[in-house]
Design a protein around this ligand. Structure first.
Ligand code: SF4
Length: 358
């Protein structure tokens, strides 16, 4: 809730129930102006107007649709640009992919963000407002956000408090009322925060950006693996499953000739066979900031089939909206680079939730 409003309410002895009414107006009625609050008396609206308080901390700059994907570019109060992605599935689901940092400090080798300078963490408000802007957009179609994935810019577990708070607000009936089981936080493997997240107290899900089945290869692709080795990561994952009973999604970007061969598929089976897991195979999308190749289609299928025939639940995720740089983060790469006067964000694990059947 807007701190300025809370202070104004206190200074003017506004009764507490007005805050509830305000919450309802913002998150349920999806107002875009305080003037639209039908439950507030005129004098109160005049006070808010006189104080010149903005309804949101961020501003919607532009949105682009391609097929069933819509990207939203938002500007923070201190001039950074971030993005959120809405994926409209064939069924009723509307998934929002949210960002939680301005760029990312983790430095995965296949991700152009890795070469980029991290700017700052987003606040709880900045994370939830992304969903608010998308909710307003969907209001015109008489639809609502049903699913959230923390797979946009940034590493959620390096900005843990705002992420935890935002997950709870997104789930809260007083705010967005999104089912906890429809909220997925994805991490590159910040081990201590996996233990914290296991204690969050609601049924939100966890995804791990795995991308390699052994310590050596994972460290080559993801230097964070030196800090939090694969064995420790898997131990933390086991704890999460034991504590929550929830299956974990493992994201695995297939990179041509690097981690997409049967040898790695075998290792992946060994790693996950006794674990409550689901593997999402993603096809690497080449970009100018890393010297990696897209995998061959036959290798992707062989990899998937190897896992499947050995009892691993696996899905090939298809990138949507590539013509508008639809994979999470790519709009940042091509367009936010200029706006942020910083380096690009060009490859991120993405999510579309649709099974690509082959
Ligand atoms: S892949 Fe994800 S965690 Fe790794 S550098 Fe890119 S945004 Fe950060």
């Amino acid at each position: 809730m807007n701190e300025q409003i809370e202070n104004l309410f206190k200074e003017n002895n506004v009764p507490k129930f007005r805050l509830k009414q305000l919450q309802h107006a913002i998150y349920k009625d999806l107002i875009t102006d305080f003037e639209q609050i039908t439950t507030f008396p005129k004098w109160l609206k005049d006070k808010i107007k006189a104080a010149n308080i903005p309804l949101t901390t961020m501003e919607l700059i532009e949105s682009h649709r391609s097929g069933n994907t819509v990207k939203f570019v938002l500007k923070t109060h201190d001039g950074h640009f971030i993005e959120s992605v809405l994926i409209e599935h064939k069924d009723e689901r509307k998934t929002v992919c949210v960002s939680c940092q301005v760029f990312c400090a983790v430095g995965c080798k296949f991700c152009a963000t890795g070469a980029n300078s991290y700017k700052r963490n987003l606040t709880t408000d900045e994370i939830t407002e992304q969903v608010l802007f998308v909710s307003r957009y969907l209001k015109h179609q008489d639809a609502r956000v049903t699913n959230i994935v923390y797979m946009g810019m940034g590493e959620p577990f390096l900005t843990y408090k705002p992420v935890e708070e935002s997950v709870k607000l997104l789930n809260s009936p007083d705010y967005f009322n999104i089912g906890a089981r429809h909220i997925v936080v994805s991490t590159s493997g910040i081990v201590p925060r996996i233990y914290d997240y296991a204690e969050i107290g609601i049924q939100a899900k966890l995804a791990i950006s795995l991308h390699a089945p052994n310590q050596k290869l994972r460290s080559e692709l993801m230097p964070i693996n030196d800090r939090y080795p694969l064995a420790d990561l898997m131990k933390a994952c086991d704890y999460f499953v034991e504590k929550t009973g929830k299956r974990i999604s493992y994201e695995y970007v297939l990179i041509g000739g690097i981690n997409d061969q049967i040898e790695q598929a075998k290792e992946l089976v060994d790693l996950l066979i006794d674990r409550k897991s689901h593997v999402n195979l993603l096809v690497y999308n080449p970009h100018e900031f890393a010297d990696y190749k897209m995998p061959l289609e036959k290798d992707v299928i062989a990899f998937r089939n190897y896992l499947q025939t050995r009892g691993i639940e696996v899905t090939i995720r298809k990138s949507m909206g590539d013509d508008i740089s639809g994979a999470c983060g790519q709009l940042s790469g091509k367009q936010l680079e200029e706006k942020n006067k910083g380096p690009v964000f060009a490859q991120k694990e993405y999510f579309d939730g649709d099974l690509e059947k082959k």
